[in-house]
Design a protein around this ligand. Sequence first.
Ligand code: G3P
Length: 218
Amino acid sequence: MDQPVVIVNFKAYSEGIKKGEEIARAAREINENGEVFVAIAPDFIQLKSLVEFAPVFAQHTDAVNPGSNTGRITPEMVKASGATGSLINHSERPLILSDIEFLISAFRELELTSVVCTNNIPVSKAVAALTPDFIAIEPPELIGTGIPVSKADPGIVEGAVKAVQKVDGNIMVLCGAGISEYEDFVAALDLGAKGVLLASGVVKAKNPGMKLKELVGI
Ligand code: G3P
């Protein structure tokens, strides 16, 4: 993939339910333009219905096999929904190491894309050894603050990119937390990130579709 990547995580924001389709339609428009690749990570309720507009990621998948497991989301369910992949180990939905490994392997098998979230450089380096498709570094203390990681803590982004590339040059590194303006997005790319993972800056905006387009500079 040549273009920068943006993943919009709806989290459990009520705005994400009300304006999910608006965001998905904006993502489609941006993808048609071709300069930036935008995917969305809606709540599970909207997952299947938004697949027609843009590449969709689950916000979480459980490390369980199909069968006698109640209230779980298996990798196979994510595949059946038409999603492209899933966020794994988001700091708001952390997993143990063996579950992260289970999911990365299951996703590879099912041809789904794995985006593993990490909170610092050593964890990013450790996760790189499991060879996910993406690693998204997000310092938890900046999440939802509007203070962009790419400006507030450029060292963590550069450090994670270097550490991950050293382990496996094929893994793409995203950064997230507080990204809400075009300049934050550009700063992330300048630091060597492949793109950004973001939520509140777009999902909670008054006009989230327009905001998303502004954010990617289209
Ligand atoms: O998954 C994205 C996220 O945790 C960053 O959230 O609201 O700071 O963009 P936000």
